[in-house]
Design a protein around this ligand. Structure first.
Ligand SMILES: NC(=O)c1ccc[n+]([C@@H]2O[C@H](COP(=O)([O-])OP(=O)(O)OC[C@H]3O[C@@H](n4cnc5c(N)ncnc54)[C@H](O)[C@@H]3O)[C@@H](O)[C@H]2O)c1
Length: 255
C-alpha cells in the first residue's frame, strides 16, 4: 500500500485553536504531510506561534467570528479542503458551582463554534466537489466524569454532530469524522497528572501504563483528513491507550 494514501499534498487545511498544544502538533504534522495549513486562534499572535502557512485570529465563541474566519481563510488560502475543529475550553468545577456564564462559555466554544464554523465551510467544500472535517471530541463524550460535566456534555454533542453532519453532507462529497482522545499530557489536563500520586494512578490504570503524548494523536487526524479514509464518515476514533478495550477485570496483569 502506498504511503501517498495519507498525503495531504496541495490540501488547504484550516485548524481552529491551533495555538494550543494539540492544535500546534496538528499544524506541524499536517504540514509535514504536505498540507497548506491556516492556523487560527483567539489572537493572531497565538495563531502565528503554530507556524502554519497562514494565521488567523478571532474569538469563535461569537458566531459571526466563525463565519468571518471561514470567509477570510477561504479568500487568503484560495479555498478550504479540510477543517479541523480543535478550539476548546474547560472550567473544572463541581456541578453545584457551575454558573450560567460558565455553562454558556463552554458551550459557545466547544459546541456552537464547531457547528457554525462547519456550517460556514459547507458551501465552500461543496463548490470544490467535497472535503473533510475532523472534529476534536474527547473520550469524556462516553463516560460520566467528576468536575467536567458541561465539558463532557459538549464533547458528546461534538461526537453526535459528527454523525449528523456526516449523514447530511455525504451527498456533497464531504466526510465528517472525529477523534476522542483520552488524557493528553498538557497544561489543560495538569490537574489530573500534576502530582506524583495522580500520575501513578494513570500508570496503574491505563492499559499502556502512561498518558498520551500530544504527537500520538496526529496520525489519526491525518488518516481521517486524507484519502486513506475515503469510505469512512460519521465515525469517532478513540485514542486511549487501550482503555476502552476493557479494565483489568480479572487481575491478569498482576499474575
Ligand atoms: N488535553 C487533553 O487531554 C484533551 C483530551 C481530549 C480532547 N481535547 C480537546 O483538544 C482540543 C485542544 O486542546 P488542548 O489540550 O490543545 O488545549 P489548549 O488549551 O492548549 O488549546 C486550545 C486552544 O483553543 C483556543 N481557544 C480557546 N477559546 C477559543 C475561542 N473562543 N476562539 C478561538 N480559539 C479559542 C485557545 O487559545 C487554545 O490555543 C480541545 O478541543 C480539547 O477539548 C484535549
Amino acid at each position: 500500500m502506498s504511503t501517498d494514501l495519507f498525503s495531504l499534498a496541495g490540501k488547504n487545511v484550516l485548524i481552529t485553536g491551533a495555538g494550543g498544544v494539540i492544535g500546534g502538533e496538528l499544524t506541524r504534522g499536517m504540514t509535514a504531510a504536505g498540507a497548506i495549513v491556516g492556523a487560527q486562534d483567539l489572537t493572531i499572535e497565538r495563531a502565528q506561534a503554530a507556524d502554519g502557512a497562514f494565521a488567523f485570529g478571532g474569538d469563535l465563541s461569537d458566531v459571526e467570528a466563525c463565519r468571518a474566519l471561514v470567509a477570510e481563510a477561504d479568500a487568503a488560502m484560495g479555498g478550504i479542503d479540510v477543517l479541523v475543529n480543535c478550539a476548546g475550553i474547560n472550567r473544572r468545577k463541581p456541578i453545584d458551582d457551575v454558573t450560567a456564564e460558565d455553562f454558556d462559555a463552554i458551550v459557545s466554544v466547544n459546541m456552537r463554534a464547531v457547528f457554525f464554523t462547519s456550517q460556514a465551510v459547507h458551501p465552500i467544500m461543496t463548490a470544490r466537489g467535497g472535503g473533510t472535517i475532523v472534529n476534536i471530541s474527547s473520550m469524556s463524550a462516553r463516560f460520566g466524569y467528576n468536575t467536567i460535566s458541561v465539558y463532557a456534555a459538549t464533547k458528546a454533542a461534538v461526537t453526535s454532530m459528527t454523525r449528523s453532519f456526516a449523514r447530511e453532507w455525504v451527498k456533497d462529497g464531504i466526510r465528517v469524522n472525529c477523534i476522542e482522545p483520552s488524557v493528553v499530557k498538557t497544561e489543560f489536563t495538569k490537574p489530573l497528572w500534576g502530582e506524583p500520586h495522580r500520575e501513578r494512578w494513570f500508570a496503574d490504570n491505563m492499559p499502556m501504563g502512561r498518558l498520551m503524548d500530544p504527537p500520538e494523536l496526529v496520525g489519526a487526524v491525518i488518516f481521517l483528513a486524507s484519502g486513506a479514509s475515503s469510505y469512512i464518515t460519521g465515525q469517532s476514533i478513540t485514542i486511549d491507550g487501550g482503555l476502552l478495550a476493557g479494565a483489568d477485570w480479572d487481575g491478569y496483569a498482576d499474575s
